[in-house]
Design a protein around this ligand. Structure first.
Ligand SMILES: [Zn+2]
Length: 289
Protein backbone atom coordinates (compact mmCIF):
# COMPACT_ATOMS: atom_id res chain seq x y z
CA UNK A 1 0.00 0.00 0.00
CA UNK A 2 2.73 2.31 0.99
CA UNK A 3 4.72 1.53 -2.16
CA UNK A 4 1.62 2.08 -4.33
CA UNK A 5 0.94 5.41 -2.69
CA UNK A 6 4.51 6.51 -3.21
CA UNK A 7 4.24 5.37 -6.82
CA UNK A 8 1.10 7.48 -7.27
CA UNK A 9 2.86 10.38 -5.60
CA UNK A 10 5.83 9.81 -7.83
CA UNK A 11 3.54 9.86 -10.93
CA UNK A 12 1.84 13.01 -9.68
CA UNK A 13 5.18 14.66 -9.08
CA UNK A 14 6.35 13.61 -12.51
CA UNK A 15 3.18 15.13 -14.06
CA UNK A 16 3.72 18.38 -12.13
CA UNK A 17 7.34 18.48 -13.31
CA UNK A 18 6.17 18.08 -16.92
CA UNK A 19 3.59 20.86 -16.48
CA UNK A 20 6.27 23.11 -14.99
CA UNK A 21 8.55 22.46 -17.93
CA UNK A 22 5.73 23.21 -20.40
CA UNK A 23 4.91 26.44 -18.58
CA UNK A 24 8.57 27.46 -18.64
CA UNK A 25 8.87 26.66 -22.35
CA UNK A 26 5.67 28.57 -23.12
CA UNK A 27 6.90 31.52 -21.04
CA UNK A 28 10.27 31.54 -22.79
CA UNK A 29 8.56 31.35 -26.19
CA UNK A 30 6.25 34.20 -25.20
CA UNK A 31 9.20 36.35 -24.14
CA UNK A 32 11.02 35.54 -27.41
CA UNK A 33 7.93 36.48 -29.41
CA UNK A 34 7.64 39.80 -27.60
CA UNK A 35 11.35 40.48 -28.18
CA UNK A 36 11.07 39.60 -31.87
CA UNK A 37 8.04 41.84 -32.22
CA UNK A 38 9.88 44.71 -30.50
CA UNK A 39 12.97 44.29 -32.71
CA UNK A 40 10.76 44.15 -35.81
CA UNK A 41 8.91 47.28 -34.74
CA UNK A 42 12.19 49.17 -34.11
CA UNK A 43 13.55 48.14 -37.50
CA UNK A 44 10.41 49.38 -39.20
CA UNK A 45 10.70 52.69 -37.37
CA UNK A 46 14.32 53.01 -38.49
CA UNK A 47 13.57 52.29 -42.14
CA UNK A 48 10.75 54.81 -41.95
CA UNK A 49 13.25 57.38 -40.72
CA UNK A 50 15.49 56.70 -43.70
CA UNK A 51 12.72 56.87 -46.26
CA UNK A 52 10.88 59.73 -44.73
CA UNK A 53 12.84 62.72 -43.51
CA UNK A 54 9.68 63.97 -41.83
CA UNK A 55 9.40 60.87 -39.60
CA UNK A 56 8.46 61.86 -36.10
CA UNK A 57 6.62 64.95 -37.25
CA UNK A 58 2.89 65.12 -36.68
CA UNK A 59 0.97 63.22 -39.31
CA UNK A 60 -1.39 65.16 -41.51
CA UNK A 61 0.55 68.43 -41.75
CA UNK A 62 2.04 67.59 -45.15
CA UNK A 63 0.48 69.62 -47.93
CA UNK A 64 0.60 68.08 -51.38
CA UNK A 65 1.27 70.83 -53.92
CA UNK A 66 0.28 69.71 -57.41
CA UNK A 67 2.40 72.51 -58.93
CA UNK A 68 5.66 71.16 -57.49
CA UNK A 69 7.51 69.26 -60.20
CA UNK A 70 10.90 67.59 -60.22
CA UNK A 71 13.52 70.22 -59.29
CA UNK A 72 15.29 71.80 -62.30
CA UNK A 73 18.89 70.82 -63.03
CA UNK A 74 21.40 72.96 -61.11
CA UNK A 75 21.74 76.37 -62.70
CA UNK A 76 25.02 77.70 -64.00
CA UNK A 77 25.87 80.68 -61.77
CA UNK A 78 25.83 83.98 -63.62
CA UNK A 79 27.22 87.10 -61.97
CA UNK A 80 25.22 90.30 -61.88
CA UNK A 81 25.81 93.04 -64.45
CA UNK A 82 27.69 94.94 -61.74
CA UNK A 83 30.12 92.02 -61.31
CA UNK A 84 30.48 91.16 -64.98
CA UNK A 85 34.15 92.26 -64.83
CA UNK A 86 34.88 89.10 -62.82
CA UNK A 87 33.98 86.59 -65.49
CA UNK A 88 34.98 88.59 -68.56
CA UNK A 89 36.32 86.30 -71.24
CA UNK A 90 39.54 87.31 -72.98
CA UNK A 91 41.15 85.10 -75.60
CA UNK A 92 42.38 85.14 -79.19
CA UNK A 93 38.87 85.69 -80.54
CA UNK A 94 37.42 87.83 -77.73
CA UNK A 95 39.68 90.85 -77.37
CA UNK A 96 39.84 93.52 -74.70
CA UNK A 97 39.60 97.06 -75.98
CA UNK A 98 42.73 99.19 -76.08
CA UNK A 99 41.42 101.54 -73.42
CA UNK A 100 40.50 98.87 -70.86
CA UNK A 101 42.39 99.77 -67.69
CA UNK A 102 40.93 98.59 -64.35
CA UNK A 103 41.54 100.39 -61.09
CA UNK A 104 44.81 98.89 -59.95
CA UNK A 105 46.59 98.42 -56.63
CA UNK A 106 50.09 97.20 -55.89
CA UNK A 107 49.89 93.78 -54.24
CA UNK A 108 53.47 93.07 -53.16
CA UNK A 109 56.85 94.61 -52.47
CA UNK A 110 57.97 93.83 -56.02
CA UNK A 111 55.36 96.32 -57.26
CA UNK A 112 53.06 93.95 -59.14
CA UNK A 113 49.61 95.41 -59.78
CA UNK A 114 46.22 93.75 -59.68
CA UNK A 115 42.59 94.80 -60.12
CA UNK A 116 41.73 96.54 -56.83
CA UNK A 117 38.42 94.61 -56.58
CA UNK A 118 40.19 91.25 -56.46
CA UNK A 119 43.49 92.19 -54.82
CA UNK A 120 42.44 91.23 -51.29
CA UNK A 121 41.51 87.72 -52.43
CA UNK A 122 44.86 87.36 -54.20
CA UNK A 123 46.72 88.45 -51.08
CA UNK A 124 44.63 86.15 -48.87
CA UNK A 125 45.38 83.18 -51.16
CA UNK A 126 49.13 83.82 -51.13
CA UNK A 127 49.10 84.33 -47.36
CA UNK A 128 47.22 81.06 -46.85
CA UNK A 129 49.86 79.27 -48.91
CA UNK A 130 52.63 80.89 -46.86
CA UNK A 131 50.85 79.82 -43.68
CA UNK A 132 51.27 76.26 -45.00
CA UNK A 133 55.03 76.82 -45.14
CA UNK A 134 55.07 77.45 -48.91
CA UNK A 135 56.77 80.24 -50.86
CA UNK A 136 54.62 81.32 -53.82
CA UNK A 137 55.85 84.29 -55.84
CA UNK A 138 54.10 86.48 -58.41
CA UNK A 139 56.20 86.80 -61.56
CA UNK A 140 53.62 88.60 -63.72
CA UNK A 141 50.25 90.26 -63.16
CA UNK A 142 48.69 93.33 -64.80
CA UNK A 143 50.10 94.11 -68.23
CA UNK A 144 48.79 97.13 -70.11
CA UNK A 145 47.64 97.14 -73.72
CA UNK A 146 50.53 99.47 -74.52
CA UNK A 147 53.03 97.08 -72.98
CA UNK A 148 51.56 94.18 -74.96
CA UNK A 149 51.70 96.27 -78.09
CA UNK A 150 55.35 97.13 -77.50
CA UNK A 151 56.21 93.46 -76.92
CA UNK A 152 54.34 92.52 -80.08
CA UNK A 153 55.96 95.19 -82.24
CA UNK A 154 59.40 94.25 -80.94
CA UNK A 155 58.69 90.66 -81.88
CA UNK A 156 57.62 91.67 -85.40
CA UNK A 157 60.91 93.56 -85.83
CA UNK A 158 62.83 90.59 -84.48
CA UNK A 159 61.15 88.28 -87.00
CA UNK A 160 61.81 90.75 -89.81
CA UNK A 161 65.46 90.90 -88.78
CA UNK A 162 65.61 87.14 -89.11
CA UNK A 163 64.67 87.54 -92.75
CA UNK A 164 60.85 87.35 -92.89
CA UNK A 165 58.86 89.89 -94.89
CA UNK A 166 56.58 92.13 -92.79
CA UNK A 167 53.34 90.16 -93.23
CA UNK A 168 54.97 86.86 -92.39
CA UNK A 169 56.85 88.41 -89.48
CA UNK A 170 53.52 89.79 -88.18
CA UNK A 171 51.84 86.36 -88.31
CA UNK A 172 54.87 84.66 -86.78
CA UNK A 173 54.96 87.21 -83.93
CA UNK A 174 51.34 86.30 -83.05
CA UNK A 175 52.48 82.76 -82.25
CA UNK A 176 55.30 83.93 -80.00
CA UNK A 177 53.72 86.71 -77.94
CA UNK A 178 50.11 87.62 -77.22
CA UNK A 179 48.52 89.90 -79.79
CA UNK A 180 47.53 93.19 -78.08
CA UNK A 181 44.08 92.80 -76.49
CA UNK A 182 44.18 89.00 -76.34
CA UNK A 183 46.08 88.68 -73.06
CA UNK A 184 44.18 88.11 -69.86
CA UNK A 185 46.91 90.00 -68.06
CA UNK A 186 45.31 93.22 -69.34
CA UNK A 187 42.25 92.53 -67.16
CA UNK A 188 44.35 92.89 -63.99
CA UNK A 189 42.71 89.63 -62.88
CA UNK A 190 45.47 87.24 -63.93
CA UNK A 191 48.63 86.42 -62.05
CA UNK A 192 51.48 84.12 -62.95
CA UNK A 193 52.56 82.54 -59.68
CA UNK A 194 55.61 80.31 -59.31
CA UNK A 195 57.45 78.60 -56.49
CA UNK A 196 60.27 80.85 -55.31
CA UNK A 197 62.54 77.80 -55.33
CA UNK A 198 61.56 76.86 -58.92
CA UNK A 199 60.79 79.78 -61.22
CA UNK A 200 60.67 78.01 -64.59
CA UNK A 201 57.54 78.63 -66.63
CA UNK A 202 57.09 75.13 -67.99
CA UNK A 203 55.25 71.90 -67.13
CA UNK A 204 57.71 71.15 -64.33
CA UNK A 205 56.08 73.97 -62.37
CA UNK A 206 53.13 71.68 -61.59
CA UNK A 207 55.41 69.42 -59.53
CA UNK A 208 56.13 72.12 -56.95
CA UNK A 209 54.34 72.00 -53.62
CA UNK A 210 53.26 75.61 -54.28
CA UNK A 211 51.35 74.70 -57.48
CA UNK A 212 49.90 71.57 -55.92
CA UNK A 213 48.50 73.68 -53.11
CA UNK A 214 47.31 76.48 -55.39
CA UNK A 215 45.58 74.09 -57.80
CA UNK A 216 43.74 72.49 -54.91
CA UNK A 217 42.77 75.66 -53.06
CA UNK A 218 42.68 78.58 -55.52
CA UNK A 219 38.90 78.26 -56.04
CA UNK A 220 38.40 78.97 -52.33
CA UNK A 221 39.75 82.46 -53.05
CA UNK A 222 37.83 83.00 -56.29
CA UNK A 223 40.61 81.87 -58.66
CA UNK A 224 40.88 79.19 -61.34
CA UNK A 225 43.87 77.68 -63.09
CA UNK A 226 43.03 79.34 -66.40
CA UNK A 227 44.81 77.04 -68.86
CA UNK A 228 44.47 73.47 -67.59
CA UNK A 229 46.34 70.53 -69.08
CA UNK A 230 43.40 68.90 -70.84
CA UNK A 231 41.81 72.10 -72.19
CA UNK A 232 44.43 73.46 -74.57
CA UNK A 233 42.27 72.68 -77.60
CA UNK A 234 39.51 74.86 -76.18
CA UNK A 235 41.54 77.67 -74.63
CA UNK A 236 44.00 77.86 -77.51
CA UNK A 237 46.78 78.24 -74.92
CA UNK A 238 49.29 75.62 -73.82
CA UNK A 239 49.05 74.11 -70.34
CA UNK A 240 50.12 76.82 -67.91
CA UNK A 241 50.39 75.46 -64.35
CA UNK A 242 51.18 78.97 -63.06
CA UNK A 243 48.55 81.28 -64.61
CA UNK A 244 45.68 81.96 -62.18
CA UNK A 245 42.65 84.00 -63.08
CA UNK A 246 40.18 85.64 -60.71
CA UNK A 247 36.55 84.91 -61.62
CA UNK A 248 34.87 85.45 -58.22
CA UNK A 249 34.06 82.87 -55.56
CA UNK A 250 30.82 81.46 -56.91
CA UNK A 251 31.99 80.90 -60.47
CA UNK A 252 35.40 79.63 -59.33
CA UNK A 253 33.69 76.99 -57.22
CA UNK A 254 31.40 76.01 -60.09
CA UNK A 255 34.30 75.75 -62.55
CA UNK A 256 36.33 73.76 -60.01
CA UNK A 257 33.52 71.34 -59.19
CA UNK A 258 32.64 70.75 -62.82
CA UNK A 259 36.18 70.58 -64.21
CA UNK A 260 35.64 73.35 -66.77
CA UNK A 261 37.75 76.06 -68.35
CA UNK A 262 36.39 79.60 -68.68
CA UNK A 263 35.38 79.07 -72.32
CA UNK A 264 33.31 76.04 -71.32
CA UNK A 265 31.71 77.99 -68.50
CA UNK A 266 30.61 80.68 -70.96
CA UNK A 267 29.34 78.00 -73.33
CA UNK A 268 27.15 76.67 -70.51
CA UNK A 269 25.94 80.17 -69.64
CA UNK A 270 24.89 80.79 -73.25
CA UNK A 271 23.16 77.43 -73.50
CA UNK A 272 21.34 78.12 -70.25
CA UNK A 273 20.21 81.55 -71.39
CA UNK A 274 19.02 80.15 -74.73
CA UNK A 275 17.11 77.43 -72.87
CA UNK A 276 15.49 79.95 -70.52
CA UNK A 277 14.67 82.28 -73.41
CA UNK A 278 13.04 79.38 -75.29
CA UNK A 279 10.97 78.57 -72.19
CA UNK A 280 9.89 82.20 -71.89
CA UNK A 281 9.31 82.54 -75.61
CA UNK A 282 11.63 85.53 -75.94
CA UNK A 283 14.70 84.78 -78.02
CA UNK A 284 17.77 86.50 -76.61
CA UNK A 285 20.21 88.32 -78.82
CA UNK A 286 23.88 87.87 -78.07
CA UNK A 287 26.38 90.57 -78.59
CA UNK A 288 29.47 89.44 -80.33
CA UNK A 289 32.85 90.10 -78.79
ZN1 LIG B 1 49.97 84.45 -67.42
Amino acid sequence: MESRKSRLEFQMEEKKEKQKKIIIIVAVLAVLCVCAALVGYMMMQQSDDVDNPNAGEPVGTEVQNPDVQTPPEPLVPVVSEENSWMTRLVNSTTLLEEGYVPELVVVNSAGYKFDARAAEDLKAMLQAARDEGLSPMICSSYRSWERQNTLFENQVVKQQNSGLPYEEAYEKAKTVVAFPGTSEHQTGLAADIVATSHQLLDDSQEQTAEQQWLMEHCWEYGFVLRYPKDKSEITGIIYEPWHYRYVGHEVAQYIHENGLCLEEYWQQVEEQEARLAAQNGTPKQYEQG
